[in-house]
Design a protein around this ligand. Structure first.
Ligand code: GDP
Ligand code: IMO
Ligand code: MG
Length: 424
């Protein structure tokens, strides 16, 4: 059995949580393979909105296993809060949630280092969520990190303290940065206790055994392709591989076992944090999208930057990920626009190109747009894609032709039920 993958094609927040929740009944296991509490995945059903950070978005469907893979970084403090929020829903987490012993742990000083680093960057700051993601992945690749499996070792405390000492040395370089580690430690160790009480496994073995026995698996991406450490808009990216290849390293799945790759994007585009965004709208259209789409971060509450769909960036993302089908989200948000724009090319120094060049940080990019007819009607109550307005169908067909990948799902509202299948 192969593993399907669902991941973002833009700068995150495409609606991954919603679609994973919608697709979960088709799967036995939902597995996160990278990222950590920088993610905020929203699910809405039965009038309740849930935001998940570390826990996979299949958690509300009983019978399904949810795996936090080795490629994920876990903050025990955020994790405990997330678990506490799930208490009213009577989920059997000891059964339904599995945590890789190889996942790395975010310790309090990782968050301090993240904050100190951002402050020191001044106007060049990444706009990090300050969840300690960068410093934790740095310790992973620097071979200093602590892993979930370590919490069962009798000398975990010693390992922890050695890492804190190292971090204190690093924090000295940030002049004037004040902190108090002792204040942060009780919540951290409480979270460690909670982790100890849950089911921690050799996840690569677990997932490969599951595949062998015919279980259906969906890998849930976090962030988006344009935030990938290798292929995103570096250095304004996150610190993990958000692309399909990250599924292999973040779960221990062989490349030959990758099945369907579902690429998810908004009918427009957003970005939160710093960095280039060629189609960003700094005018009232951008503000209009932000208000209509409630574009404020699920993790940090920051206003998201808004703009039109960017085809050069999307084509690049489709190429890197081997996307086999697309889900288009938040079509309803554009309902009040008479005209909808799509960026087909970039103009850089007088040259018109349709691909993503090496440098989009330090050059002026003029997006070249094609204008399409808006649908100007409420989509949120549609039951089928067939009954949707012609202008929406035309928008979908236009994008399918340009991107050369079918759009199989069109989302018209945040609720689980507001999801239309585009059957060909
Ligand atoms: P994720 O990080 O990719 O899971 O996305 P987020 O949860 O951060 O952001 C997506 C936001 O859009 C959430 O508030 C969702 O509830 C909401 N959302 C998802 N799909 C739709 C849709 O089709 N229409 C509208 N209006 N909202 C949606
Ligand atoms: P989901 O999974 C949107 C952005 C941050 C910042 C950059 C680096 O909900 O789509 P980091 O905290 O990783 O050091 O931040 O990446 N970022 C996200 N933007 N959605 C996310 O996750 C994000 N996770 C990180 O805003 O620009
Ligand atoms: Mg999000």
């Amino acid at each position: 059995m192969s593993v399907d993958v669902l991941l973002g094609l833009q700068w995150g927040d495409e609606g991954k949580g919603k679609i994973v929740d919608v697709l979960t009944p088709k799967y036995d296991i939902i597995a996160r393979f990278q990222g950590g509490p920088n993610a905020g995945h929203t699910l809405e059903f039965e009038g309740i909105k849930h935001v998940l950070h570390t826990i996979p978005s299949g958690i509300f469907r009983k019978e399904v296993k949810n795996l936090i893979g080795n490629g994920v970084v876990i903050d025990p403090v955020v994790f405990q809060k997330e678990i506490e929020k799930l208490a009213p829903f009577n989920l059997n987490l000891k059964e339904a949630l599995l945590i890789s012993k190889k996942a790395h742990i975010i310790i309090p000083t990782h968050k301090l280092l993240d904050a100190a680093s951002e402050i020191s960057k001044g106007k060049n700051k990444i706009g990090s969520t300050l969840k300690g993601i960068g410093p934790t992945y740095m310790d992973k690749t620097g071979r200093n990190g602590l892993r979930v499996g370590d919490i069962f070792s009798p000398n975990f405390k010693e390992k922890y303290e050695a890492l804190v000492e190292k971090h204190k040395g690093m924090l000295k370089h940030y002049e004037g940065f004040e902190y108090n580690i002792t204040e942060l430690e009780p919540a951290f160790f409480e979270g460690i206790e909670l982790l100890r009480s849950l089911t921690c496994v050799d996840s690569e073995q677990y997932i490969n055994d599951a595949m062998k026995s015919g279980k259906k698996i969906l890998a849930e991406g976090a962030q988006g392709t344009m935030l990938d450490i290798d292929f995103g808009t570096y250095p304004f990216v996150t610190s993990s591989n958000t692309v399909t290849a990250g599924t292999c390293t973040g779960l221990g799945i062989a490349p030959t076992k990758i099945g369907n790759v579902i690429g998810i994007f908004k009918a427009y585009c957003t970005r939160v944090g710093s960095g280039p965004f060629p189609t960003e709208l700094l005018d009232e259209d951008g503000e209009h999208i932000r208000q209509e789409g409630r574009e404020f971060g699920s993790t940090t509450g920051r206003p998201r930057r808004c703009g039109w769909v960017d085809l050069p960036a999307m084509k690049y993302a489709i190429m890197i990920n081997g996307v086999s089908e697309l889900s288009m989200m938040k079509a309803d948000v554009l309902s009040s626009f008479d005209k909808i724009k799509v960026c087909t090319h970039y103009k850089i120094n007088g040259e018109v190109i349709d691909y993503l060049p090496f440098d989009i940080n330090d050059v002026e990019i003029e997006p070249i747009y094609e204008e399409l007819q808006g649908w100007n009607c409420d989509l949120t109550k549609l039951q089928t894609f067939e009954e949707s307005p012609q202008a929406l169908k035309d928008y979908v067909t236009y994008l399918e032709n340009a991107l050369e990948v079918p759009i199989t799902v069109v989302s018209v509202g945040p609720d689980r039920t507001q999801t239309l299948q585009n059957k060909k």
